[in-house]
Design a protein around this ligand. Structure first.
Ligand SMILES: [Zn+2]
Ligand SMILES: [Zn+2]
Ligand SMILES: [Zn+2]
Length: 228
């Protein structure tokens, strides 16, 4: 016996009519009548004007959260160490901050900015401050944190890569984020990786693809060794 499940709209819950529907890459469908856009983090259908879907909204990391940032950082750190990138243990501070503050601290101001790393020499060695944008869904937060950890790793060893082009530096850090996301066997992470692979931005997109090809050619470990 086949029981055909009736298909309902993911936005209003009503049964979908025969005249067509909109759908997203998750297989969600909604009535044609809705004015929609897609969740900035995972690509699910949302109503126009909403940045995130309900699931991503629930996973947002805010400045008042205590446990989630710690959990995500230790996860990112252990993933990095398993791919040969050890971060300094006691000299990395992470703050969650709003866009105004992020732009105040940034050399290159942008509405797209989601994270920032400032490394400074002290008499006791390098100190790194990572600033992350408030209210990002966990998956986006993790991707951004992993990218910034790439900068920490480079800055901590005064890497020669930092003297190369911005495209190579940012491309490398995005490659680090991509590798961290490879540990997540979720559709969300897969969509995030696909969007990195197709990002049209000349620095973060093209730079990432250039560095990814370079890593494939020379091997990841040799690449790390050459930037150490
Ligand atoms: Zn509907
Ligand atoms: Zn979402
Ligand atoms: Zn960066």
């Amino acid at each position: 016996m086949i029981i055909k499940k009736k298909e309902v709209c993911c936005l209003c819950g009503k049964e979908l009519q025969g005249c067509g529907y909109r759908y997203d890459q998750w297989g969600n469908k909604c009535c044609l009548a809705h004015v929609t856009s897609t969740c900035e983090s995972c690509g699910k259908l949302v109503r126009r004007g909403q940045r995130f879907c309900p699931a991503c909204r629930r996973s947002q990391v805010s400045a008042t959260d205590k446990l989630r940032p710690q959990f995500v950082y230790s996860e990112v750190k252990s993933r990095l160490s398993s791919i040969g990138m050890n971060l300094p243990t006691e000299t990395v501070d992470i703050s969650i901050t709003d866009r105004t503050e992020l732009n105040r601290l940034a050399t290159y101001k942008s509405d797209q900015l989601t994270g920032l790393t400032i490394s400074a020499g002290t008499p006791f060695g390098m100190r790194h401050s990572i600033y992350l944008l408030d209210e990002m869904p966990t998956s986006r937060y993790k991707e951004t944190l992993a990218h910034e950890c790439g900068h920490v790793w480079l800055n901590d060893r005064f890497s020669i890569l930092n003297r190369q082009s911005i495209q190579e530096v940012e491309g490398f850090c995005n490659l680090v984020a991509y590798k961290v996301l490879l540990f997540d066997h979720t559709k969300e992470a897969e969509i995030a990786r696909e969007s990195m692979l197709s990002n049209p931005d000349p620095i973060y997109g093209e730079g990432f693809r250039i560095m990814k090809r370079r890593a494939e050619q020379m091997g990841w470990n040799r690449m790390l060794a050459s930037y150490s």
